[in-house]
Design a protein around this ligand. Structure first.
Ligand SMILES: Cc1cc2nc3c(=O)[nH]c(=O)nc-3n(C[C@H](O)[C@H](O)[C@H](O)COP(=O)(O)OP(=O)(O)OC[C@H]3O[C@@H](n4cnc5c(N)ncnc54)[C@H](O)[C@@H]3O)c2cc1C
Length: 524
């Protein structure tokens, strides 16, 4: 078990979505002492929990080469071929071994002895395993249940990593400067006591998920602010491809709905996009009209919104459906009704939403980053699988594969020695006179970050918009840094510091890449 005083473990895992949980399960099975931290009081809260569609496997008439081809086509040919091969060759086996046999995930069946393989956009075959439309929730709950059974796993919810512990950066020992930089754990804030502790471990696995919530509209939970990218940047890790932010065309526009996704199958079943005045518009943008690919639809909606200074467009299913809407889309029907919208009678207000970050901490086939001792898995990492755009339902599988592989490698090469003692590490610095936190300032700073990213570094970028975003965000960063140094330590303050850095990372990456490709679209 973890020694509570020194908070030492063999492996520290930051994040407990599918990637962190897969890593934790594998490390636990190898007998390593594992600490898993997650910032939300509910350990299951994560992007993983909200995944609806499913997890890619191989369908009945399928082959790894077919899946590889689809992934690379969607990724606009800048995927890492070795990483894609690894995913398509090892993915199915791990789904069967871990999800089906060990965790007993009740994937939906088309008959008692046959799994149901669903079809999704960009896939040439039916190959998506799903648990109705709550796949992520079921997977996440089963993982947490399994992890709780291991006595060598300590799962700490309501604990936020604020910085990675790196030497020589955080070392008191001047000799440290002559050695290779290394990550040896993290500074972790206990959200309840507001105290920062040092969690040390010879191996740290970053599994903090994506950063959709640095944009005004997102399908991600509001917690998904990309802390891992910011911490890895400060630790000196290589980070790539941050300009490739994938947007989903249709999320529900409602003050309280917070990014609820309206599946693309709604348009597949005949629904049409309209302006607020009731004019259809997709025919002006694509020969395929409302059935154009996701990125084209997203850009068309955005153009219409900007040109008419409107905050949303309408998705009209009621006027076109020739089937029982309540039966075909029970979840969407019920959720919209909860917000006062009867989709059998009226159009749905929708807005595109930041959905997935294809870039991240550059890692190898085992999840190893460029910093010694630091692994990164899941959405926060960049294995190269997704290239410039992600193929639907491949990210859960990527988290499972790389999470498992990272811990396999750590277990097989395990070396508990680090050239640093916990006493070498600087304790957390608290300012002598801490300033209280004014929530109005924090809320306004977030609003500035989110609307700047949405308007200037979002779906359609221009050089001018990006330069403006950079200038505004850099100014704000100075203010936030000052505030961070003086304020009482709190997850909200730490989150703001991570958020501004992530926003700048995306903006800088977008400025440095003048070529439109995949999810990065830059207009002359
Ligand atoms: C609405 C929606 C639907 C989706 N549908 C699908 C789908 O059908 N199929 C598919 O393959 N993908 C889907 N995706 C994408 C997929 O869900 C994610 O890419 C994937 O779940 C990411 O897993 P992860 O483990 O990397 O991160 P997450 O699941 O986001 O987990 C991140 C973890 O890190 C923790 N964390 C973050 N910061 C800190 C910190 N500072 N300190 C401590 N803990 C921290 C979080 O609390 C959480 O536990 C969907 C995404 C969304 C939002």
């Amino acid at each position: 078990m973890v020694n509570e005083k020194s908070l030492k473990s063999d492996v520290l895992i930051i994040g407990c979505g599918i990637a962190g949980a897969s890593a934790a399960l594998e490390a636990a099975k190898s007998g390593l002492r594992v600490v898993v931290i997650t910032k939300n009081p509910k350990p299951e809260e994560s992007n993983t929990y909200y995944a609806q569609g499913g997890i890619v496997s191989l369908g009945k008439d399928d082959r790894p080469e077919f899946l590889k081809e689809d992934i690379i086509k969607t990724g606009d040919n800048i995927n890492n071929p070795e990483a894609v091969e690894l995913l398509v060759n090892e993915g199915k086996e791990l789904v069967e071994k871990i999800l089906i046999k060990e965790l007993d995930i009740p994937f939906t069946r088309s008959s008692p002895d046959s799994l149901d393989y669903a079809q999704e956009a960009g896939h040439s075959r039916r190959r998506i395993l799903h648990v109705k439309d709550t796949t992520g929730k079921t997977i996440e709950e089963k993982f947490i249940e399994a992890l709780k059974k291991f006595s060598n796993v300590t799962l700490l919810a309501d604990h936020s990593a604020v910085d990675l512990l790196t030497v020589p950066h955080h070392s008191k020992n001047p000799i440290a400067y002559y050695r290779e930089p290394q990550c040896i754990g993290a500074y972790v804030l206990d959200n309840k006591t507001k105290k920062v502790k040092t969690f040390s471990a010879p191996y740290t696995i970053l599994a903090t998920g994506g950063c959709g919530a640095v944009f005004l509209y997102t399908s991600n939970p509001r917690d998904a602010i990309g802390a891992g990218y910011a911490m890895a940047l400060r630790a000196g890790a290589r980070i790539v491809n941050m300009e490739y932010i994938q947007f989903h065309p249709t999320s529900l526009f409602h003050r309280d709905a917070d990014g609820f996704l309206i599946s693309e199958t709604v348009r597949g079943e005949g629904a049409r996009l309209k302006t607020k005045e009731g004019r259809t518009f997709m025919e002006n943008y694509s020969e395929k009209g409302d059935l154009a690919p996701r990125d084209e639809v997203t850009r068309a909606i955005y153009e219409e919104m900007v040109n008419s200074n409107s905050s949303y467009v309408l998705l009209d299913l009621a006027s076109y459906a020739k089937f029982d809407i309540k039966k075909r889309f029970p979840n969407i029907y019920q959720t919209c009704l909860q917000y006062g919208i009867d989709i059998t009678k009226e159009p749905i207000p929708v807005v595109p939403a930041a959905h997935y970050c294809c870039g991240g901490v550059l890692v190898d086939s085992w999840g190893k980053s460029s910093v010694r001792g630091l692994y990164s898995v899941g959405e926060v990492s960049c294995t190269g699988v997704h290239g410039a755009n992600r193929l639907a339902s491949t990210s859960l599988l990527e988290g499972l594969v790389w999470g498992t592989r990272a811990s396999r490698q750590i277990a097989s090469h395990f070396d508990p020695s680090t050239p640093y003692k916990p006493s070498d590490i600087h304790p957390w610095y608290y300012p002598e006179k801490e300033e209280g936190i004014d929530p109005a300032l924090i809320n306004q700073d977030w609003l500035t970050i989110r609307s700047t990213m949405w308007n200037y570094a979002g779906i359609i970028r221009t050089k001018k918009r990006l330069e403006r975003a950079k200038a505004d965000l850099e100014y704000l960063r100075h203010r936030i840094e000052k505030f961070y140094k003086e304020a009482t330590m709190d997850p909200k303050v730490a989150g703001l510091k991570h958020g501004i850095q992530v926003a700048l990372m995306i903006t800088h990456a977008a400025i440095s890449n003048p070529e439109s490709r995949g999810a990065h679209f830059i207009k002359e």
